[in-house]
Ligand binder design. Structure first.
Ligand SMILES: C[S@@+](CC[C@H](N)C(=O)[O-])C[C@H]1O[C@@H](n2cnc3c(N)ncnc32)[C@H](O)[C@@H]1O
Length: 234
């Protein structure tokens, strides 16, 4: 879309393409660039992107305009603008969108071609070169893993493994967080989770839900408050 907006149709350059036929030939050549540009497998094909950049530069005497996307969302427009060699500016009302744009457009070029900064034990990095954002990506992977390991070490005990029917254990892949209140019923007093729905999946054939089970009923008579745990639905 950016390419089509910025590159002139050949009919706008009659001195170069004086006849309809000549314009059509040139138009088809430009369409060919778009056809190559939109192919997913060409995302990192430098020759294809450079051909598009060259056409844009030609239409602006080497000085293409800056692109501003005030409602950038996931950042696809400024990202593509940057890939096409244009100065890209983005903003959004939503701070998550701003963070995505920063991570996608602003930060990677700053570290382009640089090696990672994490302490290398020599086994993973070796003597290699770091093109584009590869060094930054290696650091994100390394420190992401470090944060994951550290979180597991400090709070992993709060997220125990699930016991399966056959007695084996499995890692829980998602936890549902809920606020709790003390049940105001004086004969209950259980710690109640505030949950909007007990459905986990309503997909046809994969229906699954949890069933709230009040624990500690016997203890309640001794005024030890119960709590709700969840068991599998049936
Ligand atoms: C449809 S999305 C944009 C999608 C984006 N063009 C893309 O291709 O990924 C619209 C965005 O506009 C943002 N937005 C809505 N009202 C806004 C405002 N007044 N100022 C800035 N951003 C706004 C929303 O937060 C949302 O991220």
């Amino acid at each position: 879309m950016l390419f089509a907006q910025l590159v002139d149709d050949p009919s706008a350059r009659p001195e170069e393409f004086p006849t309809e036929e000549a314009q059509e030939v040139e138009r088809l050549r430009l369409f060919g660039i778009i056809e190559e540009l939109v192919k997913w497998e060409n995302v990192t094909n430098e020759a294809v992107i450079e051909a598009a950049r060259a056409e844009i530069r030609r239409c602006f005497d080497g000085e293409p305009p800056a692109i501003v996307d005030p409602f950038a969302g996931g950042g696809s427009i400024p990202l593509e603008a940057q890939r096409l060699g244009l100065e890209a500016n983005a903003s959004d009302l939503n701070p998550v969108a701003v963070l995505i744009n920063k991570a996608l457009i602003e930060i990677p070029p700053r570290w382009a071609g640089r090696p990672p900064v994490h302490p290398d034990d020599g086994s993973t990095l070796g003597n290699r070169t770091w093109a584009g954002a590869q060094g930054l990506a290696e650091d994100v992977r390394y420190y992401g893993q470090w944060m994951r390991d550290e979180a597991e070490r400090r709070i992993g005990h709060l997220y125990p493994k699930a016991k399966l029917h056959d007695g084996s254990e499995a890692t829980v892949i998602a936890w549902i967080w809920a606020r709790t209140v003390t049940c105001p019923n004086p004969t209950c007093g259980a710690t109640m989770p505030l949950v909007r729905s007990f459905w986990l999946s309503k997909k046809k054939g994969k229906e699954a839900w949890v069933r709230p089970l009040v624990e500690g009923k016997a203890a309640l008579r001794d005024e030890v408050w119960g709590r709700v745990r969840f068991g599998p639905g049936s």
